[in-house]
Design a protein around this ligand. Structure first.
Ligand code: AMP
Length: 172
């Protein structure tokens, strides 16, 4: 099974010039779904991870099964204004303007071994913001697991020297 064949390219979505990597074609196939979760979990099996953080919203899709696979708890990192309780937040810069991600203040214990999950690494801005956010909670971020990495955008450079392990199943 070549898992990469299950990713669909959508040119010019959500705007002109972007090739959107559509993962729904992988998610709907029972075998490809199971195998992609197994492969994403593989490098982290013996790392003592106790929390998996998924970045809203496609990071939730992959983060939750990874948490179960690694016998860890799941923590959502959400967009501004969604979390109901006391939270910590981190602003980051987008192509136009800024955005903000948030996490509950009591989501992670001091020094807890944490894995951050998202579907795709592009410029790395979101992942870098999640590192800064988790640093405010004194989490020990062991690594990042992505399904896809857009290598030509060099997002890896922003984060790889701050973690033990950064993996992506497919690279473009
Ligand atoms: P970045 O902060 O630039 O690394 O962007 C990462 C976030 O944007 C991820 O949560 C992705 O889901 C989304 N994203 C960026 N580029 C694409 C793309 N070409 N196809 C699908 N999702 C993308």
């Amino acid at each position: 099974m070549n898992l990469k064949d299950y990713i669909r390219d959508i040119p010019n979505f959500p705007k002109e010039g972007i090739i959107f990597k559509d993962i729904t074609t992988l998610l709907k196939d029972a075998g490809a779904l199971k195998e992609s979760i197994r492969q994403m979990a593989e490098p982290f099996r013996d790392k003592g991870i106790t929390k998996v953080c998924g970045i809203e919203s496609r990071g939730f899709i992959f983060g939750m099964p990874l948490a179960i696979e690694l016998n860890a708890g799941f923590v959502p990192i959400r967009k501004e204004g969604k979390l109901p309780w006391t939270k910590i937040s981190q602003e980051y810069v987008l192509e136009y303007g800024t955005d903000r991600i948030e996490i509950h203040k009591d989501a992670i214990e001091d020094g807890e071994k944490t894995l951050v999950v998202d579907d795709l690494l592009a410029t790395g801005g979101t992942a870098e913001a999640s590192l800064k956010l988790l640093a405010k909670l004194n989490a020990n971020v062991v690594g990042f697991a992505f399904l896809i990495e857009l290598e030509f955008l060099n997002g890896r450079k922003l984060i790889e020297n701050q973690v033990e392990e950064l993996t992506a199943l497919f690279k473009y």
